[in-house]
Design a protein around this ligand. Structure first.
Ligand code: CP3
Length: 344
């Protein structure tokens, strides 16, 4: 147990004296070097599909902060694009896709195993990263969870309440379930290929899991995560899976056991003491720090960071934020956070 990358040891259930640390969206607009490389690539999607530059922005926060893990630079919406959906990013407005409003539009998507040609540059980014990362840094691959990806595909954009996806689920449950199934199959194919290209861990981002309630949560958040995890474990038994059912509240309890995930990412809405008792009891946890504290900085950042470290010190823990770091965060505050965790 006493060997290997710290992130992998925590994921295997080891309780470490200092938790390994990385940040959601650690490669991003708060870093001037990211903004420069993005300008060089032209735009966000061109950056995602330029393997050399995507590897470069993945490495930037590792050089600056010596994080224990690098997360592949890509986006959850590359997968729907590989399935045939048109995708673009409207400046200042976030992602746009052609909305899926009919059974015919859902049926016209490509089959799961047709995604690889389009996603080949992403796999190449991972191969570059495995060569270039420091020996102690773990490499995380990722995908969106089927429900979260479906919310963008159905609405054609981000929505505050995922209204269009809930509406399709109610009006045409057959088409909706078929879309979730297609995305589940495609996610298995995509994450398997990421692992074969060098990802040592994979994370499934269900950013909108919190808007699914009761039986819908079981059917469209829990069941797809379980099917993806089981399929990956059958092919790649040693690769840990991190699940992020953001906003799931009390449904966080038991999520790891029900899905087979090795670790659970916690949003900032959860009480750390509750999460230690009800989520960490089943395995590794990561997350919970409010990303707004990296804008605010100061003593509250230090105090909250230390409170989270203490709350999870009794079990396997990876330090992380409850959601992505925002563009207005001060890069110096990340050093302050690291000092509170590592003492350096
Ligand atoms: O460093 C990393 O974390 C790796 C890269 C990464 C990005 N997106 C890059 C990105 C990861 C893991 C994601 C996941 C992602 N993408 C999620 C799930 C996590 C979450 O945030 O809830 C979602 C919902 C998306 C979809 C998406 N991509 C949206 C809604 C937006 C626009 C909002 C925003 O933050 O600008 C994006 C764009 C995006 N993805 C950026 C980055 C660095 C900003 C793009 C830019 O440079 O202009």
């Amino acid at each position: 147990m006493a060997q290997g990358k710290l992130l992998m040891r925590a994921l295997a259930g080891e309780v470490l004296p200092v938790p390994p640390v990385w940040m959601m969206r650690q490669a991003g607009r708060y870093l001037p070097e990211y903004r420069a490389t993005r300008a060089q690539a032209g735009d966000f999607l061109s950056l995602c599909y330029n393997s050399e530059l995507a590897a470069e922005v993945t490495l930037q926060p590792i050089r600056r902060y010596r994080f224990d893990a690098a997360i592949l630079f890509a986006d959850i919406l590359l997968l729907p694009q590989a399935l045939g959906a048109r995708l673009w990013f409207a400046t200042g407005e976030g992602p746009r896709l052609d909305p899926i409003e009919t059974a015919a539009a859902a049926a016209a998507l490509k089959p799961a195993d047709a995604v690889h040609e389009h996603l080949a540059p992403v796999y190449e980014t991972l191969r570059i990263l495995r060569r270039e990362l420091p020996a102690e840094t773990a490499l995380i691959g990722f995908a969106g969870a089927p429900w979260t990806v479906a919310t963008y595909m159905i609405a054609g954009r981000g929505t505050p309440d995922q209204g269009p996806a809930h509406a399709l689920k109610a009006a045409d449950p057959t088409t909706f379930a078929a879309l979730i199934d297609r995305l589940t199959d495609a996610t298995i194919a995509y994450l398997s290929a990421q692992i074969e290209a060098g990802a040592e861990v994979v994370k499934i981002f269900d950013s909108w899991a919190g808007s699914l309630k009761g039986a819908d949560f079981d059917a469209f958040a829990l069941a797809p995560a379980k099917r993806i995890t089981a399929a990956l474990k059958a092919r790649h038994p040693d690769i840990p899976v991190i699940a992020f059912p953001r906003g799931a509240g009390e449904r966080y309890a038991g999520f790891a056991r029900a899905t087979g995930a090795d670790a659970i990412a916690l949003d900032q809405g959860l009480d750390a003491g509750w999460a230690a008792a009800h989520v960490q009891k089943d395995g590794c946890v990561q997350g919970n720090l409010d990303p707004a504290l990296l804008v605010e900085g100061g003593d509250r950042l230090t105090a909250e960071t230390q409170r989270i470290v203490r709350a999870f010190a009794g079990g396997p823990h990876i330090f992380n934020l409850g959601h992505g770091i925002t563009p207005d965060a001060d890069p110096e505050n990340v050093h302050r956070m690291l000092e509170a965790i590592r003492g350096s």
